[in-house]
Design a protein around this ligand. Sequence first.
Ligand code: SF4
Ligand code: SF4
Length: 448
Amino acid sequence: MSEKHRADEADRRRRTTDGVASETVNPEQPDAVEVFPEGEFDLRPGADDCYKCTTCETSCPVAAVDKSFPGPKFQGPEQWRLKRKDEIEIDPSISECSNCLRCDTSCPSGVNLAQMHNTARGEYVDNQLSTFSIKYVRNRILANYRTSARLASMFPRTANFVMNFKPVRWAMEKILHVPSERDFPEFATQTFREWWSERGGAQVTNPDKQVAYFHGCYANYNTTEVAKAMVRLYEYFGYEILVPPQKCSGTPMFANGMLDDARRHAETNVENLAAVIEDGADVIASCTSCSMALRNEYPELFDIDGIETLAKNTFDALEYLRIHEDLHGAIQDASVSGEFAEEFAYHAPCHSRNQGLDRQAIELFRDLDGVQIEDVGDSCSGISGTYGWKEEKYEKSMKIGAEMFEHMEAAEGTTGMTECPTCGMQMEHGTGYDVHHPLEVLEAAFVD
Ligand code: SF4
Ligand code: SF4
């Protein structure tokens, strides 16, 4: 059991006896009856801490556009209680939750809604969703994007043609219910890892400033320009970069209730990243959903040696530079010209909000010569990873994203900026704007 969960357990035990440890109250008194038996991870503190204020309900973008969705409080504390009392099954509406985590971010009582929802979704998929159903097969393919991307990147040009070939998309919609309205992202002709090995790995050696890069799937197979920008930027600041073997962060697997798949990937990631941390490196990620998985979701859901070490030493790449370098000072003397000298409409991903990182790009770029940046508000983009890639959820995803599209169009600039690759996809899809990552703009500011 992780430290956090041990602490929760200790806290729970204290609270069951009005703030005094049961062992010290009255040795004669029999143990309290265990009304709700614990699972592998105890979710009871989440249920006990909810005081039904409904803040989470008002922050849920799915509940805002779908009146039949029972909302985060039901999916978390209420369902947990109901289920333990009457041994009922998980309500199928858990599949309608997009895993945006806005409820988790907003709860004033610190209820761990993300952990409760992920656990319920995993249980629903394991026990109630037929593995022969189209929904299960489609969701498993979407959740295991790394597998499809690896295959596609062996023949990237062919894959790029086939995946957006209309008859193929028509068949995918009819058979797998993948909406034909969306454009498949392009696969890079050379993956980031191929590029990394071709350039001979790290160009800077510095045992005092080492970072291990968790690139995730998308920056490796699709937006390799983001990963390369990150490498050049960090080398400019004198960091030695390590690129350990790694698998998917698991984010799309959590969102689809495929917890066994996520665990297999997490085991590899924890083993390899904890080893480099032991040797003195910190871990950085360029995707805010990946950093969130490594630092929050892993210790909430799995018990793997080294998991707490990884959680404590993982950072978003921009966050890390802001902590360890005088980035704001350096920005004052820098300027951007050319492709990235733009007015950006910036969207903070929900998963960056969950880590308290939603203002960092705005704070940084407002002082950068040659760049204008405007925050397009705190609404959800609506795509939530694989959520908007399901036919039955496509309309909902676009309704959720409508506020962001509107604000982007009202902004001065016509180029988008965000840290999340799937939010970027949705921004492009809803407005037609090109979308960039903050690391690309920083590279343009500092690296020749
Ligand atoms: S915001 Fe937190 S405390 Fe309030 S209803 Fe939701 S889970 Fe309960
Ligand atoms: S994770 Fe997002 S969609 Fe799911 S219940 Fe919470 S706010 Fe709603």
